[in-house]
Design a binder for this molecule. Structure first.
Ligand SMILES: Cc1cc2nc3c(=O)[nH]c(=O)nc-3n(C[C@H](O)[C@H](O)[C@H](O)COP(=O)(O)OP(=O)(O)OC[C@H]3O[C@@H](n4cnc5c(N)ncnc54)[C@H](O)[C@@H]3O)c2cc1C
Length: 378
């Protein structure tokens, strides 16, 4: 069949590759001038630093098949994400761990002592936390909540933590040991030559043709036997019911001669600092050596029609609108909505790849009867 992938991000590339290997002819279009979607990386010509153009991306997964998939297309170097945060004139280690607690309270507690101490300062009267704020107060108490969660969350989401659901802060956000590796996953790493090189290799197949700077219009749909659409779900319907809410990011790029902050990610938890974090991109490739440095100050704000949608808001209003769009989409034929924008969900890269592989399998089993959603957005 002649199949169109709208979007050359991980979703479009992985589905396209699997269907090409099964003998289908794949055309991939992307409105941008590069492949890899939001994971796009490019070397800064002045410093040689590999820059994560749309914000930092660290690969982490427990899914062995996905790990084998990515390492089949690119060498991954070991990388542990170790985040620091500046708060109240001091630098602390994140996620909150024994070092953070001891430093914050000026103590030398052992794990059991810290556990007892935190359960004393935590608000255990909150039995069934409903909001982000209640969840944080329940687990860490007011001091750590104010220093590490409150301001950061308000900047990130533009809302008070008492208006956000508890699910955003799902698990116990504290470690009673000195483990400062941000992720628990079995496989963690960084692509040696960046994500764009990896996606270029995924797309490098005789049955795949890629057209950049090419925006898809819905009127073109019938030229194809099937379309996989990784653009915005509401965009498919020309935003007829209104826009699904997103947060967008502004990156204030600056350079520095030397090492600016000594780590890849420095958060700023306080409300009076307007940005959420500074990322120093050369530290995402610790096996490389560069004199110069490229940094992003990251600001979060409401997404307008002219911005890149980053984080879906998925509050009550958005979920109701999403349900209406999903109902419309389910009546469409010849198209499957995929990826972070097509299903209006935050998806890590490994989840995106897992879903893309499963979507390709669904298509190989069901052909043109493949439904609008292989992965339900709600
Ligand atoms: C700030 C940020 C940091 C992240 N960090 C991490 C991380 O550390 N680790 C991790 O695992 N994941 C991370 N992610 C998630 C990661 O970015 C996604 O998993 C991944 O980008 C999803 O790929 P996708 O192909 O679904 O979407 P995208 O990468 O968004 O690709 C969609 C593509 O479709 C194109 N497109 C859309 N509409 C059209 C149209 N009409 N015509 C033509 N082209 C179109 C777009 O230009 C885009 O290139 C992060 C996400 C964000 C926002």
């Amino acid at each position: 069949m002649r199949i169109l992938m709208v979007g050359a991000g991980l979703s479009g590339a992985v589905i396209g590759r699997k269907l090409a290997e099964a003998g289908h002819d794949i055309t991939v279009v992307d409105a941008r001038a590069h492949v890899a979607g939001n994971c796009h990386t490019e070397r800064d010509s002045a410093t040689g630093v590999m820059v994560h153009v749309y914000g930092p991306h660290i690969f982490h997964t427990d899914d062995e098949e996905v790990w084998n998939y990515v390492t089949g297309f690119e060498t991954f170097k070991a990388y542990k994400n170790r985040v620091k945060t500046t708060s109240k004139g001091q630098v602390f280690s994140l996620p909150i761990n024994l070092h953070t607690i001891n430093q914050f309270y000026g103590k030398t507690m052992r794990p059991d002592e810290a556990r007892d101490f935190i359960s004393e300062v935590a608000d255990t009267s909150i039995e069934d936390p409903q909001t982000f704020e209640e969840q944080a107060l329940r687990f860490v108490g007011p001091d750590l909540y104010e220093a590490f969660f409150k301001g950061y969350t308000m900047k990130q989401w533009g809302m008070h933590p008492s208006e956000l659901p508890a699910s955003i802060l799902k698990r116990l956000p504290v470690r009673f040991n000195y483990d400062d590796n941000y992720f628990f996953h079995k496989f963690q790493g960084m692509p040696e030559n960046g994500y764009t090189a990896m996606v270029e290799r995924i797309l490098d197949h005789p049955r795949i043709s890629v057209h950049l700077n090419t925006a898809f219009e819905r009127a073109e749909k019938d030229q194809w036997d099937h379309v996989f659409y990784s653009g915005p779900l509401d965009g498919w319907f020309d935003y007829a019911l209104g826009r699904l809410g997103y947060r967008t990011l502004d990156f204030e790029r600056f350079t520095y001669e030397g090492d600016y902050q000594g780590c890849a990610v420095m958060n700023y938890g306080e409300e009076d600092v307007p940005y959420t974090r500074i990322t120093e991109h050369k530290h995402f490739s610790p096996w490389e050596s560069h004199d110069g440095s490229v940094l992003y100050r990251e600001f979060s704000r409401a997404c307008t029609a002219d911005d890149i949608p980053y984080y879906p808001i998925r509050q009550v209003r958005e979920k109701a609108l999403l349900a209406d769009y999903v109902a419309r989409a389910e009546k469409e034929t010849g198209v499957t909505f995929v990826g972070r924008l097509g299903t209006y969900r935050y998806l890590d890269m490994d989840v995106t790849i897992r879903e893309a592989l499963d979507t390709a399998d669904a298509f190989l089993a069901q052909g043109q009867d493949t439904p609008a959603f292989v992965k339900a957005p709600l």
